[in-house]
Design a protein around this ligand. Structure first.
Ligand SMILES: Nc1ncnc2c1ncn2[C@@H]1O[C@H](COP(=O)(O)OP(=O)(O)O)[C@@H](O)[C@H]1O
Ligand SMILES: Cc1cn([C@H]2C[C@H](O)[C@@H](COP(=O)(O)OP(=O)(O)O)O2)c(=O)[nH]c1=O
Length: 224
């Protein structure tokens, strides 16, 4: 008999993409799709997810923050992540919950590794040190041209510290995300986020249905 997904160790699902592609708009939709199937979902975000990490987020996003070296930005992101991983993500997964996270370490590869041009090596080292073997099981990459994302993000309000960067920064980020998706096709699902919200949600629903079938068939239990 196939074991119900909620009986196993939880699944770690992340949502990634550039600015304004619709991550925040789709988080509740994804959580609802999973809950409708009886799955317990812990919805969270990065940078953030714990009081400490949310304080670091303020520092990172605030345009009035004192200028910081790119290396300091990367270290702050991993400082926040250490708290989030230890206090929220790992305990939830151990309880068998599904963790749905708005951005995770793929964002560090894309924004700091490629956008800030710090390279992959420093990110990979911090990833291993801070996370151990913890990696997302499934990553939905919402992809849209940079100009499309910004036209949407600008409707939302004033730009934060990251959003104030030049267009070339966001082109590097988009290409880095797409390259990561090509390198790990079994983990990534790329969603064409340039369409309207309903069409995007249709794609997401189909991808999730497909993934849930796989999850039920394989009966995967990971041992971190
Ligand atoms: N597929 C879509 N088509 C049109 N507008 C969208 C779509 N997805 C999101 N939006 C709108 O674009 C803006 C940015 O979306 P948001 O979800 O905040 O993006 P992100 O979290 O990826 O930066 C919001 O005003 C949202 O209502
Ligand atoms: C998780 C993470 C986020 N970020 C940046 C990307 C975003 O500009 C910012 C905040 O993320 P987010 O709240 O997802 O921004 P938005 O909804 O505007 O897309 O943090 C990094 O640079 N590196 C990281 O590792």
């Amino acid at each position: 008999m196939t074991e119900a997904p909620e009986m196993r160790r939880g699944c770690f699902l992340t949502v990634e993409g550039g600015e304004g592609v619709g991550k925040s708009s789709n988080m509740a939709f994804i959580a609802d799709c999973l809950r409708e199937r009886g799955i317990t979902v812990r919805q969270t975000r990065e940078p953030g997810g714990t009081p400490f990490a949310e304080a670091v987020r303020q520092l990172l996003l605030d345009r009035e923050s004192a200028p910081m070296p790119d290396e300091a930005e990367l270290l702050l992101i991993f400082a926040a992540r250490a708290s989030h991983v230890r206090d929220v993500i790992k305990p939830a997964l151990a309880r068998g919950e599904w963790v749905l996270c708005d951005r995770f370490t793929d964002a560090s590869y894309a924004y700091q590794g490629a956008g800030r041009e710090l390279g992959e090596e420093a990110v990979a080292w911090l990833e291993q040190w801070v996370q151990g073997s913890l990696r997302p099981d499934l990553t939905l990459l919402l992809d849209a041209p940079v100009a499309v994302g910004f036209a949407r993000a600008d409707q939302r309000g004033a730009r934060d510290r990251f959003e104030s960067e030049v267009e070339a920064f966001f082109e590097r980020i988009r290409q880095a995300y797409l390259a990561r998706a090509r390198a790990e096709p079994e983990r990534f699902r790329v969603v064409d986020a340039s369409h309207g919200l309903q069409a995007v949600q249709g794609q997401i629903q189909a991808l999730l249905d497909d993934y849930l079938k796989q999850w039920q068939v394989s009966g995967t239990i990971r041992n971190d």
